[in-house]
Design a protein around this ligand. Structure first.
Ligand code: SIN
Length: 198
């Protein structure tokens, strides 16, 4: 599947004199900050909701068994909470590669908890990209997540780590909570004692 957005993203923004840029993270960028940043703080953006509607063929699934990861869907009046990172523009080399499976960088306004605002960038996988999966029922999405695993680990861990990170941020995301509730039991943590007792 040829959907690598790296080259497109690298042409999308000219950072010019900007030595620092705010990045808004709402998915794995909240709980897996594997890049250098100068500062981070909770923030939110308006007009979008977080949804497990993007396919993952490279991180939490494979081309044969894609996982599902989050993207943002437009919704009037909604607010999406996440984490803002102040980064140097060269960090986008790493981020563009990490988010290459269909995500494009968009400009957005970040609102911080203290009431201040800043312009920044956010990665969104819109319905035009080839890895987009779109809506499904909670139980279908949870079943797909439970079955998928990729080079970055189990898809179910992406979901539960995101749920934990959001609760640490003190935010309630009903979509994420519903998917956690629908996850089939985790067989790898089955602690049944299989010792032969005879
Ligand atoms: C993000 O976290 O902001 C983008 C989606 C992801 O990488 O999980």
């Amino acid at each position: 599947m040829d959907i690598d957005t790296t080259a497109v993203n690298q042409r999308r923004h000219r950072f010019g004199e900007h030595e620092q840029v705010w990045l808004f993270g709402y998915g794995s960028l909240i709980f897996k900050a594997d890049f250098a940043y100068l500062e981070r703080k909770p923030a939110s953006i308006r007009g979008h909701v977080r949804r497990f509607w993007q396919g993952s063929h490279d991180h939490r699934g494979t081309p044969a068994c894609p996982g599902r990861v989050v993207t943002l869907a437009p919704q009037a009046g909604a607010t999406c909470a996440g984490m803002a990172y102040l980064i140097r523009p060269d960090v986008f080399d790493h981020l563009d590669h990490r988010e290459k499976n269909g995500y494009l960088r968009f400009s957005t306004t970040l609102a911080f908890d203290d009431g201040s605002q800043a312009q920044g960038l956010v990665y969104i996988a819109d319905p035009e990209n080839a890895a987009y999966l779109g809506p499904a029922t909670d139980s279908e999405i949870a079943r797909q997540i439970a079955a998928a695993i990729g080079p970055s680990g189990r898809n179910r861990d992406y979901l539960t780590e995101l749920a934990d990170a959001l609760s640490e941020l003190g935010t309630t995301d009903l979509h994420v909570q519903a998917l956690v509730a629908c996850l089939p039991p985790d067989s790898s943590t089955d602690t049944t004692d299989i010792t032969d007792s005879r």
